[in-house]
Design a protein around this ligand. Structure first.
Ligand code: AMP
Ligand code: ZN
Length: 474
């Protein structure tokens, strides 16, 4: 088994991944809150976790990947303050909270599919697991970690000696955790709601009966309840954005370790943020970039994936049109290279990876080493390019190796290569026509126009006829 070292936020160091069960890896990823479209920052998180999953699989682990869908309980402020995100989304769009949840869950899955992110083994909705959350709160109650105040059930953070361990929260220094309780029912500012019965929101539509009265769960409890249901009470890896360290994940750890009575997650992996040139992206403030907007602007979803792979997941990444343009042309040129390999091998079968020569094999080893060193995708991409450009290696070998690497990078090189491959210009032209047709079907006019321009550059004019588009010499 190849070595994978991950930066563990709990302990703040690089550690070699050692699974709980040999050959298996349990992976829990905090999923989307479905009150709006995912923005391109959120999609950065899911793309890197996809790289993590694919790397684990490449290194020989059978991965059980669980992701929650937050469709209840998440307030606009992670620390129990602010407005209910689902209610806000529903009001703004004049839909019910249930309709909002369904609509944006579908939109989310469409986005991740377009980015070639593998579907989780289990995707679980918070509203489908209320009983599990109630059972966990009961367990915490039995173990003395809760109190009732103002009608709500709170977690008592003072009962857990190492509360805030991962975030290095210093309970004496509130500024460190930037938490000041506005909710006067809390005994300590670090306490948090497990179950709301006194809703601040009179028109709260999502409510369930519970031993503490009719109400709804706090946000953090869902991840503890669902992850333990599907992965057991000890978990290999848990992921999330860096913003989740001080509150959401700190509280998940508190609840889970409080209820189970032992250490819970072995590796906490957090991605840094994607930021815009102008600063932070904010979903709740309304205007933000979506994947669909990039597609409407003429990019392909995989241009964005390529752009993301160019940054290490633990570094901030600044989004700009110029850098996305750079990624698009790099990907295009990669596809061109792959197509040329396909043309060169003229349909002959590819060699087995184990039969590759020393030069390509050592590139694959370097590629794996880059992934194994805390998922270094920029270095892995650089290794791929070194291989692609190495004229001393036969095309068939380069193609076999590049497709092997693409198993992790997920850039669909095989498909794109086959599409543009062939022995002559005819195949390329018909591939361009197919892509133009697909772009038009997806109402992606900008992409369709771009392909038309490319054809024009090659001296061809597209004429749309009732039988379909035809090419004429311009
Ligand atoms: P949400 O749907 O708001 O719960 O966020 C989904 C995931 O995206 C969480 O793991 C967040 O930490 C992460 N996230 C939010 N904003 C960004 C960003 N700008 N860049 C990268 N990840 C983000
Ligand atoms: Zn979570």
């Amino acid at each position: 088994m190849k070595t994978l070292r991950l930066y563990n936020s709990d302990g703040r160091e690089l550690q070699e991944f050692k699974p709980l069960e040999s050959g298996h890896a349990g992976l829990y990823c905090c999923g989307p809150t479905v009150y709006n479209y995912a923005h391109i920052g959120n999609l950065r998180a899911y793309t890197h976790w996809d790289i993590l999953r694919r790397t684990l699989e490449r290194f020989g682990y059978e991965v059980k990947h669980v992701m929650n869908i937050t469709d209840v309980g998440h307030l606009t402020d992670d620390g129990d303050e602010g407005e209910d995100k689902m209610l806000k989304g529903a009001r703004e769009r004049d839909m019910s909270v249930w309709e909002i949840a369904e609509f944006f869950t579908k939109a989310f899955f469409k986005d991740i599919e377009r980015l070639n992110i593998l579907t989780p083994t289990v995707s679980c909705k918070a509203t489908g697991h209320i009983d599990d959350m109630i059972a966990l709160v009961k367990r915490l109650e039995e173990r003395g970690f809760t109190y009732e105040s103002g009608g709500n059930i709170y977690f008592d953070s003072t009962k857990l000696p190492d509360y805030g361990r991962m975030a290095l929260l210093d309970r004496q220094n509130l500024q460190h955790g930037a938490r000041v309780a506005l909710d006067t029912n809390k005994h300590s500012p670090f306490d948090f709601v497990l179950w709301f019965t006194k809703s601040k929101f009179e028109n709260q539509a999502m409510m369930w009966d519970s031993p503490w009265g009719r109400g709804y769960p706090g946000w953090h409890i869902e991840c503890s309840a669902m992850s333990s249901k599907y992965l057991g009470e000890r978990i290999d890896i848990h992921t999330g954005g860096i913003d989740h360290i001080p509150v959401h994940h700190t509280n998940e750890i508190a609840q889970s370790e409080g209820a189970f009575g032992h250490h819970w997650v072995n590796y906490w992996v957090h991605n840094e943020f994607l930021i815009m040139k102008e600063g932070k992206i904010s979903k709740s403030k309304g205007s933000f970039l979506t994947l669909q907007k990039l597609i409407d602007d003429g990019y392909e979803a995989l241009d964005y994936r390529y752009f993301l792979l160019g940054g290490h997941y633990r570094s901030q990444l600044i989004f700009s049109e110029e850098s996305l343009d750079g990624a698009r042309s790099a990907r295009k040129s990669l596809l061109g290279r792959v197509a040329s390999f396909y043309r060169e091998i003229k349909g002959s079968p590819l060699p087995d990876i184990s039969d590759l020569g020393k030069a390509s094999f050592s590139r694959i080893e370097a590629f794996d080493a880059a992934l194994g060193e805390d998922l270094n995708t920029p270095r892995a991409l650089a290794e791929l390019w070194q291989l692609v450009k190495d004229e001393t290696i036969p095309a068939a070998e380069r193609l076999a190796a590049v497709l092997d690497m693409d198993g992790v990078l997920g850039l669909n090189l095989e498909e794109a290569g086959e599409e543009t491959a062939g022995t002559g210009e005819d195949d390329e032209l018909s591939a361009l026509l197919t892509r133009r047709r697909e772009a038009r079907e997806a109402k992606n006019w900008a992409a369709a126009d771009e392909i038309r321009d490319e054809l024009a550059e090659r001296g061809w004019k597209v004429v749309d006829t009732p039988e379909g588009p035809r090419l004429e010499k311009a």
